[in-house]
Design a protein around this ligand. Structure first.
Ligand SMILES: *[C@@H]1O[C@H](CO)[C@@H](O)[C@H](O)[C@H]1NC(C)=O
Ligand SMILES: *[C@@H]1O[C@H](CO)[C@@H](O)[C@H](O)[C@H]1NC(C)=O
Ligand SMILES: *[C@@H]1O[C@H](CO)[C@@H](O)[C@H](O)[C@H]1NC(C)=O
Ligand SMILES: *[C@@H]1O[C@H](CO)[C@@H](O)[C@H](O)[C@H]1NC(C)=O
Length: 549
């Protein structure tokens, strides 16, 4: 206790002293510090829209007279639940729950309506968001009414968030908003966040809470790394033994069918896809508990050692099992894609097993166990294709030269910038679509403002033709669960994931770090005001501090 205190006292002056010499830099390792947020000319907008024109004209609003309504011309009617739900949500975000100030007599003109105008003949009210959903919108804050125009509901959801970010309080505590025109659309179609519910179980409520916060940051893919070595919390109807034996606890640490459906619907209402990952042939220890003969028995000399390795790729029963399991998964999860994993396969156990050795010989694979892995993956890909689903795979599958459908999306996660840029170059040269995660492993923390490094990474910053760059469809922040459960998930995610969100939504030239710091500080305080335990960026305060869970 005392040792820590002494360190802190000594550390701070040292740090400040160094700052004098290095201007913006504080040398604690390579940590860089930005301090004292100031108001940005873009207010608290995050991620920054593609085009914003803010004017000096000011309007006031009150909860008693303001309403969010369908525009007369809108193709979405009052039966469009996803919009009605969003109106209620954003009304509450705009006005808060506390005592409301009325508009001020003699104050600026009063706005009474936000009209939402869905302009395409198919508003998508009953659809799920997809990779090609139109998230564009235009927002006109002016008299007589605010107009939010979007081809589809997905853009309207994004525009409502932007409107809520424009509202602030004047010196009398009255809600007001500047005259503004916003024209906006995402730079990348895939803006994902991975949660890992195998290394620690995350209660459904925490997943919903994260989805809500994702929507505030305009993320649109929840990559659900639902099972892995440590536990199998997905309750399968076809194979109930998988979670009964493979979950940390068969009743308290599982996701039931209804809970999975609830997550998917909650996400849909926020324009977020749910992309499930069932990672094989490695990362499957928990699968083996409820499914005998699925995993490869490892040998110690001529005898089985009693331990198990990756999925056994030489048995027909393995593929029968996979076909049945993925048939179920493809109906439970409506998204057009499934993440099939394929990362970090350890060959030691396969090498030790005499039956596998014989199979290798028969197939003419020699000593190349990556050929055996490819053999397995190939058969799995065929199964999943026959279910009319597309798939994502971790980069190893591409690295090992597995033949993949041309619409496969390769997920790049390995390496330092030099390595991953080279990988992006290789994958796109082979004409595959790609998403990037290497710079965005948010589970890794270092002291200081590590969001800056996340913010500076750009998915198109690699050597390649225009054609190659078009194959980069986005990126994904990852929160692996070894050291994360629902006690520390939220502060570790936010606002660090927000840095990734802006990189993936805003224009490529939005790179001003000082302006980003100013806006992110305000955005973080807004999240805190909305009840999200987002951690601070540096010494500061919020007008409305966190009220606790
Ligand atoms: C908003 O309007 C106020 C009052 O006219 C003005 O002082 C302020 O600069 C405006 N904000 C922006 C970002 O233009
Ligand atoms: C596995 O299936 C293949 C092709 O369907 C068949 O040729 C082979 O005999 C089967 N092997 C066993 C051990 O049943
Ligand atoms: C990209 O391909 C080149 C040429 O085959 C290879 O030398 C390099 O190692 C590959 N890069 C990565 C990151 O795998
Ligand atoms: C980015 O580029 C666009 C188009 O060239 C320009 O209008 C805009 O002002 C630039 N934004 C920033 C933040 O530099």
């Amino acid at each position: 206790m005392f040792a820590v205190l002494r360190w802190a006292v000594l550390f701070l002056p040292l740090c400040l002293g160094v700052r004098l010499f290095h201007n913006l830099y504080c040398e604690t390792g390579e940590v860089e510090i930005r301090r004292n947020p100031e108001p940005s000319k873009y207010g608290s907008l995050w991620p920054l829209p593609q085009k914003v024109q803010l004017s000096a004209g000011l309007f006031q609003m009150s909860s008693a007279s303001f309403a969010i309504v369908d525009a007369k011309q809108s193709s979405a009617g009052s039966d469009c639940n996803i919009l009605q739900d969003a109106y209620r949500r954003y009304y509450e975000y705009v006005f808060g729950r506390g005592v409301q100030r009325d508009t001020r007599r003699g104050g600026p003109p009063v706005l009474t309506q936000l009209q939402v105008w869905i302009s395409s003949p198919d508003p998508q009210c009953d659809s799920y968001p997809t990779i090609s959903s139109d998230e564009s919108y235009e927002l006109f804050v002016s008299l007589p009414n605010v107009v939010l125009k979007a081809p589809q509901i997905w853009g309207a959801l994004r525009g409502l968030e932007t409107f809520s970010q424009l509202v602030h309080e004047d010196e009398y505590g009255v809600k007001c908003v500047n005259e503004t025109i916003v024209t906006d659309f995402p730079r990348f179609a895939y803006r994902g966040l991975l949660l890992d519910t195998s290394r620690h179980f995350l209660p459904v409520n925490d997943i919903l809470h994260t989805l809500e916060t994702m929507a505030m940051n305009k993320f649109n893919v929840f990559h659900w790394h639902i099972v892995d070595d440590p536990s199998f919390p997905y309750m399968s109807k076809t194979f109930p033994e998988l979670s009964r034996k493979g979950a940390f606890h068969p009743y308290t640490h599982v996701y039931t069918y209804d809970e999975v459906k609830m997550v998917i619907e909650f996400a849909r209402r926020r324009g977020i896809r749910v992309l499930p990952e069932f990672d094989t042939p490695g990362h499957t220890m928990s699968w083996g508990k409820g499914q005998p003969d699925l995993l490869t028995p490892c040998y110690s000399g001529a005898e089985p050692s009693g331990t198990f390795g990756p999925v056994n790729p030489i048995l027909n029963s393995t593929y029968d099992f996979m076909a049945k399991l993925f048939t179920e998964i493809s109906t439970v999860f409506p998204d057009a894609y499934i993440h099939l994993g394929g990362d970090e396969v350890d060959f030691t156990c396969w090498k030790s097993n005499p039956d596998i050795q014989k199979f290798m010989e028969k197939q003419g694979f020699g000593d190349d166990y990556s050929k055996l892995e490819s053999y397995y993956i190939q058969r799995l890909l065929d199964i999943v294709s026959s279910l009319k689903k597309g798939y994502l795979i971790w980069q190893e599958v591409f690295d090992n030269g597995v033949k993949m459908k041309q619409d496969t999306i390769v997920h790049v996660w390995k390496g330092n910038p030099e390595k991953y840029k080279n990988e992006l170059e290789n994958v796109t040269a082979a004409s595959y679509k790609v998403i990037l995660s290497s710079p965005w492993y948010l589970n890794r923390i270092s002291t200081g403002q590590d969001w800056l490094a996340h913010y500076k990474a750009d998915p198109l910053d690699f050597h390649g033709t225009e054609q190659q760059k078009k194959l980069v469809i986005g990126g994904e922040a990852c929160m692996w669960g070894e050291y994360v459960d629902n006690t520390n998930l939220t502060p570790r995610l936010w606002p660090r994931a927000s840095a990734v969100a802006e990189r993936l939504w805003s224009a490529q030239n939005v790179t001003d770090l000082d302006d980003a710091f100013n806006r992110l500080s305000a955005h973080r305080c807004r999240m805190v005001g909305r009840g999200i335990a987002a951690q601070p960026l540096f010494t500061s305060y919020c007008p409305k501090e966190y009220w606790g869970a």
